[in-house]
Write a protein that binds this ligand. Structure first.
Ligand SMILES: C[S@@+](CC[C@H](N)C(=O)[O-])C[C@H]1O[C@@H](n2cnc3c(N)ncnc32)[C@H](O)[C@@H]1O
Length: 350
């Protein structure tokens, strides 16, 4: 028999490697690493999405109010960037937020022709969003996708007929460090066409006390949100985390410019996870890193756009300059020189 090979397509392995297996594998890698860490994308089960909705309404969590103000004042600038032809309004990590509804309301009132494509990893957030859209905008075409950003981008890649206007709000870009942000943005660039438009929310660098209060709210909702990750491992992977033995810790790293969230083990303890079939040792005061929320200067935003093939059209600020929604346009003409950077970005982020 001659030796042969087969290029595996996603359909070949989709059923054998499901979301629970992927979660278990990431938890195994994260808890075996030093320092321990688990990706913030696992916050968003049903309870996590509801807790984030509550956080977004807290007065200390200024990000929501500030970004809503930007959308209220500048939605028509964003609409103008999309042009007059029918377009796809794609939203990455849409969640179930007032901000999407505000855009949709203004765009619908202005008589714009668009199809809305929210993409989110959380099924419960998507179900809530789609239900409320059906009631409020019965004539709007909505094609929600429950998947992660990168599979969502693959979906986008296959739709080339209309201009895309992509929203990535709430400073979710801040969950990535610089290398990963470049990898994500370059993947987005690859999935889009020349002249497509992207609107990205960036939380600006500001007084450290304001930042600390936003991620350590007085009602303890952020604490619940962070600890819910352990509940999720207990419920979905058969873990035996004792939540009372971990504390939430949110701190600002002045060197990297990121708010960092941790769960800190308050004593020496072993935790067993059935789906992985092994135990993990936590030393006293050992941290488990759960989230980055990087903060930016305008020059950081310009650099990110330049490094990944976008042209910055405008930074739209709120009246306190706490937050910026930055309007970018995809540049694919004369971008040959960027192509060689793709390989090094892929290698670094891998
Ligand atoms: C911080 S919330 C922001 C929600 C909303 N865009 C806003 O601005 O209020 C992040 C949202 O992104 C979703 N999400 C997080 N990681 C994701 C990933 N890797 N792929 C797709 N969605 C993700 C979460 O389910 C959640 O709804």
């Amino acid at each position: 028999m001659p030796a042969t090979y087969k290029i595996l397509q996603s359909a070949d392995h989709a059923d054998s490697f499901n979301n629970r297996d992927a979660f278990a594998l990431d938890v195994l890698v994260g808890l075996s690493s030093m320092p321990k860490s688990i990706s913030s994308k696992y916050f968003y089960d049903q309870r996590g999405s509801e807790l984030f909705r509550q956080i977004s309404l807290l007065p200390e969590y200024y990000l929501t109010e500030r970004e809503l103000e930007i959308i209220e004042h500048h939605w028509s600038t964003v609409a103008a960037a999309a042009g007059r032809e029918p377009f796809n309004l794609v939203e990455l990590g849409a969640g179930f937020s007032q901000k999407s509804l505000l855009f949709l309301e203004h765009f619908a009132k202005a008589g714009l022709a668009f199809r809305y494509v929210p993409i989110d990893i959380s099924e419960s957030a998507m179900a809530g969003l789609v239900e409320s859209l059906g009631e409020r905008f019965p004539h709007l075409e909505v094609n929600g996708l429950v998947t992660d950003y990168f599979n969502g981008l693959k979906w986008l890649n296959r739709r080339h007929r209309r201009r895309n206007l992509v929203l990535f709000l709430g400073s979710s870009i801040g969950n990535f460090n610089h290398t990963r942000a470049c990898f994500f943005l370059r993947s987005l660039w690859n999935a889009l066409n020349h002249d497509d438009v992207v609107l990205i929310g960036f939380d600006m660098k500001k007084d450290i006390d304001l930042l600390l209060r936003a991620y350590n709210d007085s009602e303890g909702v952020t604490r619940e949100f962070n600890l819910n990750l352990l509940c999720r491992i207990n419920g979905e992977l058969g873990g035996n985390f004792d939540l009372s033995k971990f504390r939430h810790f949110g701190t600002y790293n002045v060197s990297s410019g990121a708010m960092e969230s941790y769960l800190v083990s308050q004593e020496r303890q072993m935790v067993f996870i059935e789906a992985i079939g092994r135990s993990f040792l936590f030393e006293p005061w050992e941290p488990l890193h759960t989230e980055y929320s990087y903060k930016y200067l305008a020059s950081d935003i310009d650099r990110l756009a330049e490094e990944t093939g976008f042209e910055v059209k405008q930074h739209l600020y709120d009246s306190r300059n706490y937050f910026a929604d930055s309007v970018w346009r995809v540049q694919k003409v004369g971008s040959g020189e960027l192509a060689s950077r793709d390989r090094s970005l892929t290698a670094k982020a891998g």
